[in-house]
Ligand binder design. Sequence first.
Ligand SMILES: Cc1cc2nc3c(=O)[nH]c(=O)nc-3n(C[C@H](O)[C@H](O)[C@H](O)COP(=O)(O)OP(=O)(O)OC[C@H]3O[C@@H](n4cnc5c(N)ncnc54)[C@H](O)[C@@H]3O)c2cc1C
Ligand code: FES
Length: 258
Amino acid sequence: MINNKYPVVDKIEHSDNIFELVFSAPYIADQGLPGEFVNVKVNYNLPHPFLRRPFSLHDVSEDGKVSLLIKVVGAGTRKLQDCSLGDEFELLGPVGKPFTIPDIDCTPVLVAGGIGIAPIYFLLKRLVNEDFDPILFLGAKTSGDIIKKKELISTCNVHFATEDGSFAKEGFVSDLLLKHDFNVNEKYYFYSCGPKPMLKKIGEFAIQNNFECEVSLEENFGCGIGACYGCSILTKDGYKRICRDGPVFNIKDVFEFL
Ligand SMILES: Cc1cc2nc3c(=O)[nH]c(=O)nc-3n(C[C@H](O)[C@H](O)[C@H](O)COP(=O)(O)OP(=O)(O)OC[C@H]3O[C@@H](n4cnc5c(N)ncnc54)[C@H](O)[C@@H]3O)c2cc1C
Ligand code: FES
């Protein structure tokens, strides 16, 4: 993990409040793994917001680029959305515990809700590159919030759900997954990132069916580097810090505390 200043080399607006920032950050692109994140110093030359903001690695490229997929929710993310190409930001990372790459005889099942697609997309690409045949379930509030539709459709077996029914199946993606016909003779490895009620449903399904399952948890962070205990959550083995011991956890360790 290192802290360095990196320039913004591209900014892609996916919708009114979801955008992608691309940095030229060769060290992070080389070292970063799906599930890991960076702590971004948003207040470059300004006093507010004081704390760094964590964002999952969304994509990396061989020519040293790193993408973050960002949903605007407050002052920090708005400041990032307002930046210009060439602006530099301090990124600390990559940090955190990544997703596990499963045995090759497993079928990965990836479930993303809303901005949870940020780390799941990077994992999907890594799994496809390593010759897995993943299934993706992607849910969003509305059609406009689903990013990279065409690319996802051409990359893997993908099932979409929107809460308002404006694209594909109407309803929650977790309900879509529960209705899916999984083959009892196959080994599945579940991965999920999104709202807690969704993680709970996916986790319960995985546990009942004896499937491996990892979830990426997101909480408000303080320091982001394990020093303040502001991101602690209760687990089977006592309190853990999401920024240091996660954000990826095995569902069996956190299910009853979600
Ligand atoms: C490990 C990790 C990875 C993350 N990856 C991404 C990502 O890839 N893309 C992305 O858009 N966001 C991601 N987040 C969430 C992101 O860090 C927050 O949205 C961001 O810090 C908000 O900053 P802000 O200054 O804009 O909002 P603030 O002004 O700090 O907060 C605005 C509102 O959002 C709520 N909020 C802030 N942080 C979170 C959070 N982590 N979870 C739920 N609610 C929150 C606040 O309580 C408040 O109501 C991640 C969080 C963690 C912990
Ligand atoms: S945010 Fe400070 S310990 Fe995790």
